[in-house]
Write a protein that binds this ligand. Structure first.
Ligand code: PGA
Length: 250
């Protein structure tokens, strides 16, 4: 059985003080969660969040990570830096990183490999644009993104990573994929994993849905057989809303 994972992607929101307020409110609301609960604050708030949630059932992750150990990469953060802050997860290849900061399938793969090698679980994001969906290219795009991102991983490794299917047209737009659309596309990603790594890896890897998931639609999405949780942006910024999504995964 795959354990659902609900992760909050706070994006560029919350100062350390605001982040502390949010997790303080969140801790008692999700302490009975039946799924894995992760928050991904900005780098600057990781320490404040860590101090509050260490010893609780909430884990913390980063929103990006670099592939090099250290060096002249202004503005980037290494695996070692994150490990010292106790980070368990790192989002890689979010569409906003691909769109605004030049991430490519190759750099996403390099980031995912470095994170995994260091003991940080990558949450690898894939997803199509609206134009690609309208042209009927969704399956081909997500298939190729998933396979590229995992290049160099073994079948055993793949069972431990997390993939997030996030249709770009659904992110921050209030327009969610239907549960059938999300489930069908996640099934395609599972087939991509099966073709590259075999059926056991495809059945073990956890694949989340992300894109305007909220307290109203989470239950229906997560009831679908292929959907193993969610990567939540806007609705993760309020403790009540995020906690309701966490409880929908049970
Ligand atoms: P959203 O963002 O929930 O605000 O649509 C999801 C994401 O970008 O991870």
């Amino acid at each position: 059985m795959r354990k659902p994972i609900i992760a909050g992607n706070w994006k560029m929101n919350k100062t350390p003080r605001e982040a502390a307020e949010l997790v303080r409110a969140l801790i008692p609301l999700v302490d009975d969660a039946d799924c894995e609960v992760v928050v991904c604050p900005p780098f600057t708030a990781l320490q404040a969040v860590r101090e509050l949630i260490e010893g609780t059932n909430i884990k913390w992750g980063a929103q990006n990570v670099h592939w090099a150990q250290n060096g002249a990469f202004t503005g980037e953060i290494s695996v070692e830096m994150l490990l010292e802050l106790g980070v368990a997860y790192a989002i890689v290849g979010h569409s906003e990183r691909r769109q605004y900061f030049g991430d490519t399938d190759q750099s996403v793969n390099a980031r995912a490999k470095a994170a995994f090698a260091g003991g940080i679980t990558p949450i690898i994001c894939v997803g199509e644009t609206l134009e690609q969906r309208e042209r009927g290219e969704t399956d081909q795009i997500v298939f190729q993104q998933a396979v590229s991102a995992l290049d160099g991983f073994t079948a055993g490794d793949v069972t431990h990573v997390v993939i997030a299917y996030e249709p770009i047209w659904a992110i921050g737009t209030g327009r969610t994929a239907t549960s059938e659309q999300a489930n069908d596309t996640i099934a395609v990603i599972r087939r991509a994993i099966a073709s590259a790594y075999g059926e056991p890896a495809a059945q073990s890897v956890r694949i989340q849905y992300g894109g305007s998931m909220n307290a109203n639609n989470a239950k229906e999405l997560m009831a679908m057989p292929h959907i193993d949780g969610g990567l939540i942006g806007g609705a993760s910024l309020k403790a009540d809303a995020f906690a309701q999504i966490v409880h929908s995964a049970q």
